[in-house]
Design a binder for this molecule. Structure first.
Ligand SMILES: NC(=O)c1ccc[n+]([C@@H]2O[C@H](COP(=O)([O-])OP(=O)(O)OC[C@H]3O[C@@H](n4cnc5c(N)ncnc54)[C@H](OP(=O)(O)O)[C@@H]3O)[C@@H](O)[C@H]2O)c1
Length: 266
């Protein structure tokens, strides 16, 4: 079992959105938690609420995971707590949107460091313990954006393609050794994500809830799936269609779907 009472889950990006929903569900299932994000106040409030409500242990490590030295500190502090990480949820991430030439290169570097480098480092840190115990799971939060290039969110799509590819490779490497790895690939979810990505005029359709994403992910990892796409069937159809066209046609079509509206077009 991956979700197991009294075992510990480490969740990055636990202060809001999908990460906070994971924390709530796992606490209700009796797991102890280590919550990581930059917003210490939000993490502490959530940890206290969940510890009181479910008689679990909930620790907080405030850290900026876009900084390599902070990732190393999270790993060291976690080891210092003496808890074995049974479930690692690499969820912290953000997107940038708009024309590539208009992007702030420093912000894009942060996006790559957070969405990719931190995720790899934390996986490196906690996978060996799981292998030694022949038990544990890793949920890597990718996206449906990882299945094809995403013009006007080029860096974001590329980071999520990395996460998807990396996670599926690990799933195949470790499936016989007691460790489950899942790439979680949501479509649009109602969280602060789009506000932060400044993706206001994107046609998103009906958004999924963070709670549904979490429930789908936890079911999928228990079943040993390599990836899962929660939400409406349209999410799964979209990713399937990208396998049918030529790579150039898929990129051209996505460019048309994602093209920012010219000002005044409404
Ligand atoms: N919402 C969607 O439509 C959607 C769809 C597919 C995939 N996803 C993925 O789902 C994951 C969670 O996103 P969300 O939708 O829940 O968005 P969110 O509500 O904006 O949550 C992002 C989380 O990451 C944390 N974070 C951001 N920068 C960080 C940094 N430098 N260091 C440490 N933590 C940081 C944030 O906390 P602090 O600000 O406190 O640091 C927050 O807890 C992301 O990987 C995202 O790419 C989202």
């Amino acid at each position: 079992m991956i979700v197991e009472r009294s075992k510990t889950a480490l969740i990055t990006g636990a202060s809001t959105g999908i990460g906070a929903a994971f924390a709530r569900q796992l606490a209700a299932d009796g797991m102890n938690l280590i919550l990581v994000a930059r917003s210490e106040d939000k993490l502490k409030a959530l940890a206290q609420e969940l510890a009181n409500a479910h008689q679990i242990r909930a620790d907080v490590i405030a850290a900026d995971l876009a900084k390599l030295e902070e990732v190393a500190r999270v790993i060291a502090e976690t080891r210092g707590m003496g808890s074995e990480i049974h479930l690692l949820i690499n969820n912290a991430g953000f997107g940038t949107s708009g024309k590539f030439e208009d992007q702030d290169p420093a912000r894009e570097q942060e996006e790559i460091l957070l969405n990719v480098a931190a995720l790899v480092s934390l996986t490196h840190a906690f996978l060996p313990g799981m292998l030694a115990r022949r038990a544990g799971g890793i949920i890597q939060v990718a996206s449906i954006a990882g299945f094809q290039p995403v013009p006007y969110m080029a860096i974001y799509g590329a980071t999520k393609a990395f996460v998807l590819s990396f996670s599926e490779a690990l799933w195949a490497e470790y499936r016989g050794r007691g460790v489950k790895v899942l790439a979680l690939c949501p479509g649009p979810v109602d969280t602060p994500f789009f506000e932060i990505a400044k993706a206001h005029d994107m046609a998103l359709g009906k958004m999924d809830t963070a709670e549904n994403v979490v429930a789908t992910a936890l079911k999928a990892i228990e079943r040993g799936k390599s990836y899962v796409i929660p939400g409406p069937i349209s999410n799964r159809i979209l990713t399937f269609l990208t396998r049918l066209g030529s790579r150039a046609n898929v990129a051209r079509l996505t460019e048309r779907m994602m093209r920012p509206k010219a000002k005044g077009q409404g």
